[in-house]
Design a binder for this molecule. Structure first.
Ligand code: NDP
Length: 483
């Protein structure tokens, strides 16, 4: 059993209360990691360490801070295999996906924000011949960063990097289900020369350590990625203190396939967009709408081919490089996914494939990639609620108006994808969708310079090059008269 510790003021330390939570490997079901069950006393220590580090860190030259971020990126790359294996053991994702997606992106997050900060310029404007104003963007203080279990290191570093490069210090609380790579990151950051107290990691449960962080008086900004229910609780908790808040929440993303889509080219990506990381990505498409019209040939062929490709996905040991889907993150989460499959059947949706625990995997929290077809059951709960697992539905549509109405019918608005060879359909449809990001003939291609976030119940605020500067700093306008 590996025991990890909190990282506070540059030191690894046991939680004040001495309690630990056992984390289970979702592939073997064996307990393999003990993580601190931190409480408000631990968050308090971290807040003190972060506040102490703030004056010196925020006064450092941007170039110094950027150089440290670059060193963290190299440190992540140097321990890539170890990080990928830890991410897989914690979360269930295949090691090959961790190696090609999660770990490189974690390094890239640091390198990207180091570059962005180096190239930052501020606004100035003359009012008349001897009066001018300029804007100073100033760090805010101690940032509270809360991240989920699905892309543990990828999403944690997406918050730490901008928080610290713009001069804040921070306290991060990863999900208690997936804390291992965050612990390894602490070693990497210490070795890269991050000064004590600039980044503090407090491990534990959301309702305890997370809530204490959100409510802490000396933490004036909170960046949260997770479920909408938790996001709402956090918004309520921070409202009385008027904290700055960024919420990246859930999704129920539509995948819209027009008849002129090039399926030879794109079918594999549409399948990937449904099941990558066991469907446990907020950006996965979970409602596929396929154009049918008078002649159902295209629709029928799509369904047949999609199901064939889904059945061919390799589900199994995530350490095997050929595996596409490992187990779900936990027994509880698999039970939630199973309950949605049962609900969908009781609501009259037709099961096309999957829907059960694979016979070949009696141990571990595996679940088959599952496809349902929808005819008229557009009000079914599975069409509106986030399952966050390997379950998708396919429904036909006859007109753009109809598909736009279905796509926009949920409370979510995170992302959507459109598959067509027609520029006109692509742009006209994209403009009408309620979503923070729309991909056309691609999926999950992320340009970090662009704003990222959701509309409606998928979130508040955006992250990205300019958006993260705006979130992690406050503008101060200085007006100077010099005659
Ligand atoms: P949760 O909302 O359950 O948890 C997210 C984080 O918040 C965890 O670290 C959790 O800790 C913590 N937390 C829970 N309760 C509180 C609280 N009261 N106060 C402070 N922190 C708290 O989400 P999941 O971890 O289950 O992640 C899945 C969800 O995240 C999905 O809905 C998914 O769509 C969304 N997501 C959104 C993304 C986006 O960019 N929009 C990206 C990725 C995921 P603990 O786990 O220890 O309880």
């Amino acid at each position: 059993m590996i025991r990890i510790q909190n990282f506070i003021g540059g030191e690894f330390c046991a939680p004040v209360g001495g309690a630990y939570i056992v984390s289970v490997n979702p592939t073997t079901e064996d307990a393999y990691l003990e993580i601190p069950r931190s409480q408000s006393a631990d968050v308090d220590l971290a807040a003190k360490a972060a506040a102490k580090a703030f004056p010196a860190w925020s006064a450092r030259k941007i170039e110094d801070r950027a150089e440290i971020l670059d060193r963290i990126a190299f440190g992540i790359e140097a321990r890539r295999d170890e990080l990928a294996n830890a991410e897989s053991a914690d979360q269930g994702k295949s090691v090959s996906i961790a190696m090609s997606l999660d770990i490189p992106r974690a390094a890239h997050n640091f390198r990207f924000f180091a570059g962005a900060a180096r190239h930052e310029v501020s606004v100035s404007a003359p009012l008349d011949s001897n009066t001018m104003s300029y804007v100073r963007r100033e760090p805010i203080g101690v940032a509270g960063l809360i991240s989920p279990w699905n892309l543990p290191l990828y999403l944690l570093t997406w918050k730490i990097a901008p928080a610290i490069v713009y001069g804040n210090t921070c306290i991060a609380k990863p999900s208690e289900l997936t804390s291992h790579t965050a612990f390894i990151l602490c070693e990497i950051m210490r070795d890269a020369g991050v000064p004590p107290g600039v980044v503090n990691l407090v491990f534990g449960l959301g309702a305890e350590a997370g809530q204490a962080l959100v409510e802490h008086r000396d933490v004036p900004l909170i960046s949260f990625t997770g479920g909408t229910v938790t996001g709402r609780k956090i918004a309520q908790a921070v409202a009385p203190q008027l904290k700055k808040l960024s919420l990246e929440l859930g999704g129920k993303n539509p995948t819209i396939v027009f008849k002129d889509a090039d399926l030879k080219k794109h079918m594999k990506m549409i399948v990937r967009s449904s099941f990558l990381n066991q469907g446990e990505i907020c950006l996965c498409g979970s409602r596929i709408y396929v154009e049918r019209g008078q002649d159902p040939t295209f629709y029928n062929a799509f369904v047949q081919e999609f199901v064939r490709e889904t059945r061919a996905l390799i589900v199994g040991d995530p350490t095997d490089r050929k595996t596409f889907m490992g187990p779900l993150v936990s027994r509880d989460h698999r039970e939630k996914v199973q309950s949605y499959v049962e609900l969908a059947q009781s609501e009259g949706l037709k099961l096309l494939c999957g829907g059960k625990i694979p016979a070949s995997q009696p141990r571990g929290f595996f679940f088959e990639p599952t496809v349902f077809s929808v005819e008229a059951q557009h009000a079914a709960r599975i069409q509106h609620e986030e399952v966050f697992g390997p379950v998708v539905t396919i429904a036909p549509f006859d007109s753009t108006d109809e598909v736009v109405a279905h796509a926009n019918s949920t409370r979510y608005g995170l992302a959507a994808s459109i598959w067509t060879e027609s520029l006109t359909s692509a742009h006209a449809t994209a403009a009408r969708l309620h979503a923070g990001t729309v991909w056309i003939n691609t999926w999950m291609a992320r340009d970090l310079r662009m704003p990222f976030g959701g509309v409606k119940e998928s979130g508040l605020g955006r992250e990205g090059q300019l958006d993260s500067v705006q979130f992690f700093t406050e503008p101060k306008t200085i007006c100077l008269r010099y005659d």
